[in-house]
Design a protein around this ligand. Structure first.
Ligand SMILES: C[S@@+](CC[C@H](N)C(=O)[O-])C[C@H]1O[C@@H](n2cnc3c(N)ncnc32)[C@H](O)[C@@H]1O
Length: 203
C-alpha cells in the first residue's frame, strides 16, 4: 500500500489527469510526519475530516490512504465541492469562523477518527473549530492543527481571542500531565504532541 509521502508525490506530479489538484503537504514536511502518526488508523478509520480543501490534493490522498473511511472536506470556497475521487468523499460548504456552520457540521457524523485543521490558520478559527469539533473526535482519535506558525507572527494580532492558539494549547498541558485519567480533564485527552509547525492532540 502506498505511503502518504508517495501519494502526495503522485498527485503533485500529475498534470491533466489530476483535474488541478495539488497539496503542499510535502513542502511542509507534514506528509512524512503523517506516515508515522496515521499508520495505525489506515484501515480502521471510519471517518476522516480535513478543514481546508483548497485544490483537493490532500482529500485525494486521504481517500486513497484511508481505505475504509468516509472523507469529509470542509471549505468556505464552494468550487471545491466536485473534487472527490470516490463516493466516500463529501464536500461541506462551511465558514469555520461561523458557529452556526460549525454547529451544522457537528451533525454530519456521530464522530471522526481523525480531524485535520488546514483551513484559515487564524487563531480564533483554530480555537473555535477545536471547541466545536474536538468533542466529536473518537476516543483514541487524533486532532491535528497545521501551520501553527501563525501564533508567532508578530503582526497578526487577533481580537478576540487575546491569546495565540499555541498558548491556548499550552494551557491544556497541566490537565494531561496531572490528571490520572483522561476523564478527569476538562478536555479529555491522552497526549499532546508538538512537531514543527504542527500540534497533534490524541483523545
Ligand atoms: C491551505 S488551504 C488547504 C489546503 C489543503 N488542505 C491541501 O493540503 O491541499 C486553506 C483552505 O482554507 C480555506 N478557508 C479559509 N478560510 C476559511 C474559513 N473561514 N472557513 C472554511 N475554510 C476556509 C480556503 O478557502 C483554502 O481552500
Amino acid at each position: 500500500m502506498a505511503t502518504i509521502v508517495q501519494l502526495v508525490k503522485e498527485i503533485n506530479s500529475r498534470d491533466e489527469s489530476n483535474r488541478g489538484r495539488y497539496t503542499d503537504k510535502d513542502r511542509s514536511g507534514f506528509a512524512a510526519v503523517y506516515d508515522e502518526l496515521f499508520l495505525p488508523y489506515q484501515e480502521t478509520a471510519k471517518n476522516v475530516m480535513e478543514l481546508g480543501v483548497n485544490l483537493g490534493g490532500s482529500c485525494w490522498v486521504w481517500e486513497r490512504y484511508f481505505t475504509n473511511a468516509n472523507v469529509d472536506g470542509v471549505d468556505i470556497w464552494k468550487r471545491n465541492r466536485d473534487l472527490g475521487y470516490t463516493d466516500r468523499f463529501t464536500f461541506h460548504h462551511c465558514d469555520l469562523g461561523d458557529e452556526r456552520d460549525l454547529h451544522r457540521l457537528t451533525d454530519v457524523r456521530k464522530e471522526w477518527d481523525i480531524i485535520i485543521d488546514d483551513a484559515s490558520h487564524s487563531w480564533s478559527h483554530q480555537m473555535l473549530a477545536f471547541e466545536w469539533l474536538y468533542p466529536k473526535l473518537t476516543v483514541g482519535g487524533l486532532y491535528v492543527i497545521e501551520d501553527v506558525e501563525t501564533s508567532y507572527h508578530e503582526d497578526r494580532k487577533e481580537e478576540p481571542p487575546c491569546i495565540t492558539f499555541v498558548e491556548y494549547v499550552k494551557n491544556m498541558i497541566d490537565g494531561v500531565v496531572w490528571s490520572k485519567t483522561a476523564d478527569e480533564q476538562p478536555w479529555p485527552m491522552t497526549s499532546i504532541t508538538f512537531r514543527h509547525n504542527l500540534i497533534v492532540v490524541k483523545k
